[in-house]
Design a protein around this ligand. Sequence first.
Ligand code: PHE
Length: 345
Amino acid sequence: MSAFLQEIEGLYAQAMEELAAAQTTASSEAWYAKYLSRKGELTAQLRGLGQLPADEKPAAGKRINEIKNGLSNALQARQATIAQAEMEETLSAEGIDVTLPGRLQQVGKLHPTTVAMNQIIDIFTQMGFEVFDSPEVETDADNFELLNFPPGHPAREMQDSFYTATPDVILRTHTSPGQLHAMRKYAPDPLRVILPGKCYRNEDVTARSEMMFYQVEGLAVGRNITFSDLKGVLFNYANQMYGEGRQIRFRKSYFPFTEPSVEVDVDCILCGGEGCRVCKYSGWLEILGAGMVHPVVLRNGGYDPAVYSGFAFGMGIERQAMLKYSIDDIRYFYDNDARFLARVG
Ligand code: PHE
């Protein structure tokens, strides 16, 4: 064997040995640079081919090509082995244990106000009331004046309003203006509607009052609607909402848009009327305001009060939820504390 070929065989053996020792992608790349790249040792040897005597050239050229192919194939095989080993190492380092239990996913729930609202809507729709949508932004006329609050009437102060940039346009302080919208739509036909929705009062936020809260209004107008109808409907409501066997009590009250007006209590759902801290030892819990629709309001809605009569009631939805689920602070409803939100429903 010529000295030239001997040298090349030596280089080949050395390269194969080094390749077998390469443990990482990086070292296999360094190996490629050292032997096979344009600046590599094998390429350098190829250049020496030109100096060989003519009769040695073909055999030497052939051998160099074989060696080059051999090294390329060996590199490919080695790199595949290294890649496999590296992947296994990464996987075991990341430590995926497929036998571990999955993480519990938090599932969303309906908001407690929505839960209570849906219950209230269900109870009244079963009694034949239709849900009627009415706007949250109202004129002063519909929120107050046409509901028989004269300008400067002290009852306005009980419902301090949020004003808008437009004069006489306010955020509704109660759902009662919806009574007028419903009557205008139905008059002179009889109607039976409930109006759920948001209301706003410019008040200090306390355990008992929020600036934004929900109410449900109820309204029935027809030719023979009496106070007994109101009593029956509210008695049925109290029994479905707070449990069979509930008692209700009517106390005389005042609202400009109803006459007579009442506030309605249910016997304390905690102590059953015995007297406890929740009912302040009275045995009763106030749930809503109600009354017979005032003749002025009937007329403003398009009904002749000599022919038609009606009843109306209005309740705070959060208040119903607070009584039913023993929640002692209305601020929880809009604090967005997930522990509270998960409690009801
Ligand atoms: N609108 C009254 C309030 O917000 C409640 C009410 C409605 C009273 C209908 C009587 C009749 O306090």
